[in-house]
Design a protein around this ligand. Structure first.
Ligand code: PEP
Ligand code: MG
Length: 575
């Protein structure tokens, strides 16, 4: 019987193949009390499992596929870091001793505590790191149970195989890679999960958040995976299969063609130059930035460096990370955003818990409330500035007072560095993110005091429409095409253009092809997006004529009926 399942599309493309189901480790572990004389033995058993797991991960690092080096190394480093985190290893060891319980129980208890802390994060990306914690603990539990590694037996490949799993860790993807799965489907995960990021990096169609795919799909079922739409068709009939085979070959051809655009300039048909930049989360993403021919980094979410840590990385560690990115990209611009952290319990000394974290002490508010934290990052950034073309971007600014305080802190740090004879670039541009409606509506101070603007549509939409971007219950109301959003976007872009201050969009909207022409028509000339979305966007730009799209874009901006707006947008995209 044929049926379809819907999930979250995270990596586009069409794949057709047979299902290969991967079993997942149950984290249900039993609890038993140990007699006192067996406690030391249990601690030794736990230590041996931790050691073996470390070896397993290190071994993976040595044998990972060359083509995916940067992404995978970063994930393995993160998993190794979690493995070494005292909340896992030390705390579990202490619990076995104190409570005389089995190692599995101690590990599971510590994991639950850590996961609860991650779940309290305001930031969706950080919240998803709980999956990494679970994956590492799963790995240790498998070793404790005498079944090291997650890798399923190699499927007999007489045809392409689609991996169907409850969840897959990025580390497992490394091992699965040689099996050449043509698509990845998981029950768990969100759009910013590591699995999604790796799959995107591998250019493998991927759908996450399918909930019950592993129950509904049987091993060797025929599957059509449409990664762009987030749709899986199980056991399609002959006609559907033929139709998707055609679509698949069209898509493959398209992908091949896109590669040729890597070095092409992103000009519209009428010769207007568009600047395409990349969003990155970690220094190792630099390779992808280069591979996709980005003009530089439009957004480096520096808070990634804080994942799963008790303390902030010190100045030296941050300096090394920023320097690596700047040197890796030579003279290309690298826009590093200062901490966009929320009420984060993991950070020592920053333990306030907000009743409404999205509206609480986050991002620049937190930095100004904790000047020492901020100054450490600013010192690291300015020290690194001599190694490339750095731009500093400040998130969540609401108006003049925060801008003034921020600039004051930057000046103080510069004076401090000068007094210590530490070199830095005096002319590092300072930019502000436009994410709060108040900022978008009262741009005066931003234009006067800052060097560039970057519109964070993810948050701007969240705050304008009063929709928690992380809450599934209201996800259907999250609408980039709402007239209020389009009005704010065109106001900010027109005001910045008139004042001749550079403005970009670095939220998800910038990388979604359906909005490329609309944004161009509104006047946007700089886009920043996930590197994998870059060449597709470039292609769309190359086939766009600004004079031709102008009348339709104006009609969209004047419309207030959602259906009419969609209809006009469709027209715009088929011109
Ligand atoms: C945004 O809000 O659009 C943005 C780019 O920042 P983040 O997604 O990291 O909040
Ligand atoms: Mg934001």
């Amino acid at each position: 019987m044929s049926f379809t399942i819907h999930g979250l599309p995270v990596s586009s493309g069409i794949a057709i193949g047979r299902a290969h189901l991967v079993s997942h480790t149950s984290l249900e572990v039993s609890h038993y009390a140990l007699p006192k004389h067996l406690v030391d033995e249990e601690v030794a058993r736990l230590d041996a499992a931790l050691h073996a797991t470390r070896e397993e991960l290190t071994d993976l690092r040595t044998h990972r596929p060359q083509m995916a080096a940067a992404e995978f190394d970063a994930f393995l480093d993160l998993h190794l870091m979690i493995l070494g985190d005292e909340h896992i290893s030390h705390a579990a060891r202490e619990m076995v001793k104190a409570e005389q319980c089995n190692a599995e129980w101690a590990l599971k208890t510590q994991m639950d505590e850590l996961v609860a802390q991650f779940e309290a994060f305001d930031d969706a990306y950080l919240r998803e790191r709980k999956t990494d914690v679970i994956q590492v603990v799963e790995r240790i539990l498998k070793v404790l149970g005498g079944h090291p590694g997650h890798v399923p037996p190699t499927p007999q490949q007489d045809t392409e195989m689609v991996l169907v799993a409850h969840d897959v860790s990025p580390a497992d993807l490394i091992q699965l890679k040689p099996h050449q799965f043509c698509a990845i489907l998981t029950d768990l995960g969100g759009a910013t999960s590591h699995t999604a990021i790796v799959a995107r990096g591998l250019n493998t169609p991927c759908i996450v958040g399918l909930h019950h795919a592993r129950e509904l799909i049987k091993d060797r079922d025929m599957l059509i995976v449409d990664g762009g739409q987030g749709v899986v068709i199980v056991n399609p009939d002959k006609n559907l299969l033929a139709e998707y085979k055609l679509r698949q070959s069209e898509w493959q051809l398209e992908r091949q063609k896109l590669k040729r655009l890597k070095t092409a300039r992103a000009n519209t048909l009428d010769g207007t130059v568009v600047d395409l930049m990349a969003n990155i989360e970690m220094p190792t993403d630099v390779q992808q930035v280069k591979d996709n021919g980005a003009n530089g980094v439009g957004l480096f979410r520096s808070e990634f460096l804080f994942l799963n840590r008790d303390e902030l990385p010190d100045e030296e560690e941050q300096y090394q990370a920023y320097r690596a990115v700047l040197q890796g990209l030579k003279d290309k611009p690298v826009t590093i955003r200062t901490y966009d952290l929320g009420a984060d319990k993991q950070l020592k000394g920053v333990t306030r818990v907000a009743s409404n974290p999205a509206l609480g002490l986050r991002a620049i508010r937190l930095c100004l409330a904790e000047p020492q934290l901020f100054r450490t990052q600013l010192r690291a950034l300015l020290r690194a500035s001599v190694y490339g073309n750095l731009k500093i971007l400040v998130p969540m600014l609401s108006g003049a007072s925060e801008i003034n305080q921020t600039l004051q802190q930057i000046d103080l740090v510069k004076q401090e560095l000068a007094a210590q004879n530490i070199p830095y670039r005096e002319d590092v541009p300072i930019g502000g993110m436009i994410e709060i409606p108040a900022a978008a509506l009262a741009l005066g101070a931003f234009i006067k005091k800052l060097d560039f603007l970057s519109i964070g549509t993810n948050d701007l939409i969240q705050y304008t429409l009063a929709i928690d971007r992380t809450d599934e219950e209201v996800a259907h109301l999250y609408d980039p095409l709402h007239p209020a959003i389009l009005g704010l976007l065109s106001h900010v872009i027109a005001t910045a253009n008139k004042a001749e201050i550079p403005v970009s969009v670095c939220g998800e909207m910038a990388g979604e092809l359906i909005y490329t022409r609309l944004l161009l028509g509104i006047g946007l000339r700089q886009f920043s997006m996930h590197p994998a979305q870059l060449l597709g966007t470039k292609q769309r730009i190359l086939t766009t004529s600004l004079p031709e799209i102008a009348p339709l874009v104006q009609r969209i901006l004047r419309a207030d009926d959602p259906l009419k707006i969609r209809e006009l947008l469709d027209k715009l995209n088929t011109l």
